[in-house]
Design a protein around this ligand. Structure first.
Ligand code: UGA
Length: 443
């Protein structure tokens, strides 16, 4: 027999929620997505994605056309419609502390619970401090007289691969407190389970922890290789060769071992900070003290990049014209939250350099975050008359640019490769002075 298809709602239509809503509709479910922001809801309902994500824009238009997906600002509508409600709202860093700000999650759960009348399951997907799900379950039970259950189903999608990661996840994690909740999640994910996606069924606390543990591990791996880059810089060794040699050991593996400017974005930095804050509350801060070092190593790469500009242009950066290539926290994204690229541009600006930023997709968001910097509309405009060029986000457009062509435009052929992504031989052959994090000045 075919599994029943529960009616789905998605609360929050940011990165995570919009992707979840579109993908669930694509998989054949009836979906209602809710957001408090009418501007976002209008855009999505008319087939416009309010952010850049490869492939999601076309899938949005396709799924809207099936009639299985609609958007609303009305919680009552969602509460009446859904059997399985996915909460996908943000958990940003609190202002003034490292802890996660749970006000949106709390509001989403209570807004729903207050309005649901029959049986339903509310599934948290947001990244939260361990213990949150149990607290919310208590609140929901009180508001609904025990008719509505809470489950946790963390999300592991990467920006830039959101659709691919949602339709073909490495694994699903179901944090549940009952067999009924597990069955509802199995029904909601039946199309993926049929394809053999592994599922780990766990308690609520474990499910919450899997997410922060995964992001902590990834951040640690990046900071590990960047710590080695610091040692390479002090000893004349080359971190790119070191990373390659390590990567052949398949116990270590090469993924997330790319040295450079380090991690940024809306997840890794705030998640490791919130994890430390929560561990402290739980009395186990010693267990995750290393995450403080992970954070510090990551931030030190930014000042080291500024040092490399000084090595090339001299100690005083006043009036030095710098082309900052990239603003997004990684390529194929327009997200500038906690972006190392934009932070380096800001640091150079504060030192008096005249900074021109160019990012193929993130210029508008970068401009909103740092209106004081200058923004160019193209790579050629950005590097024009530059004293130093910096590669800060490894967009294909930058990596594939010809050093010979770029050399004609700049004032001085000097480049800092903040992502270790450029062909050093080719740059040197074209007369460029090349510097990269973790690599000797001359080879
Ligand atoms: C990250 C996780 O990879 C996802 O699994 C998780 O679901 C997501 O956070 C989340 O919590 O929502 P994302 O923030 O989209 O995904 O970006 P990543 O692809 O993980 O990259 C993070 C940062 O690490 C980027 O700034 C990237 O440039 C940097 N990075 C990555 C490195 O510096 N070196 C590497 O080897 C890999």
């Amino acid at each position: 027999a075919r599994p029943p298809k529960p009616r789905i709602t998605v609360i929050g239509t940011g990165y995570l929620g919009a992707t979840q809503a579109v993908c669930m509709a694509h998989l054949g479910f009836e979906v209602v997505a809710v957001d408090v922001d009418p501007v976002k809801v209008d855009a999505l309902a008319s087939g416009r994605l309010p952010f850049f994500e490869p492939g999601l824009d076309t899938l949005l238009v396709e799924t809207l056309a099936t009639g299985r997906l609609r958007f609303t600002t009305d919680f009552a509508d969602a509460a009446a419609f859904g059997e399985v409600h996915f909460v996908c709202v943000g958990t940003p860093q609190s202002s003034g502390s490292d802890a996660a700000d749970l006000r949106y999650v709390d509001a989403a759960f209570s807004e729903l619970a207050r309005r649901i009348t029959g049986r339903a399951l509310i599934v948290g997907k947001s990244t939260v401090p361990v213990g949150t799900a149990e607290r919310l379950a208590g609140m929901v039970a009180e508001l609904t007289g025990g008719e509505v259950e809470v489950a946790w189903n963390p999300e592991f999608l990467r920006e830039g691969f959101a659709v691919e990661d949602t339709l073909h996840p490495d694994r699903l994690v179901f944090g549940v407190a009952s067999a009924e909740a597990e069955q509802s999640l199995r029904d909601a994910y039946a199309p993926l389970l049929e394809e053999g996606v592994p599922v780990v069924v766990a308690d609520l606390a474990t499910a919450e922890l899997v997410k922060v543990a995964a992001n902590s591990f990834l951040a640690t791996k990046i900071s590990f290789i960047n710590a080695m880059a610091e040692v390479c810089e002090a000893s004349g060794a080359d971190v790119s060769l070191l990373a390659r040699a390590l990567s052949y050991d398949d116990r270590i593996g090469g993924r997330f071992l790319k040295p450079g400017l380090g991690f940024g974005g809306g997840c890794l930095p705030k998640d490791i900070r919130a994890f430390r804050a929560r561990a402290e509350e739980l009395g186990v801060s010693a267990a995750v003290t290393f995450l403080h070092e992970v954070d510090q190593i990551n931030l030190r790469r930014r000042s080291r990049t500024v040092d490399l500009v000084r090595e090339l242009a001299g100690p005083d950066l006043h009036g030095v014209r710098v082309a900052a290539l990239g603003a997004a926290f990684k390529p194929d994204s327009d997200d500038v939250r906690d972006a190392p690229a934009l932070d380096v541009a800001r640091l150079l600006y504060l030192e008096g350099a005249s900074v021109v930023v160019y990012d193929p997709k993130a210029n508008a968001n970068a401009h909103r975050a740092y209106p004081d910097l200058d923004y160019a509309d193209s790579l050629a405009e950005a590097v024009n008359e530059a004293d130093v060029v910096l590669l800060l986000t490894e967009w294909a457009e930058f990596v594939s640019a010809a050093p010979e062509d770029m050399g004609v435009l700049v004032a001085h052929r000097r480049i800092v490769d903040g992502r270790g992504a450029l062909d050093v031989e080719r740059y040197r052959a074209a007369g460029w002075e090349y510097r990269a994090l973790g690599r000797p000045a001359e080879v």
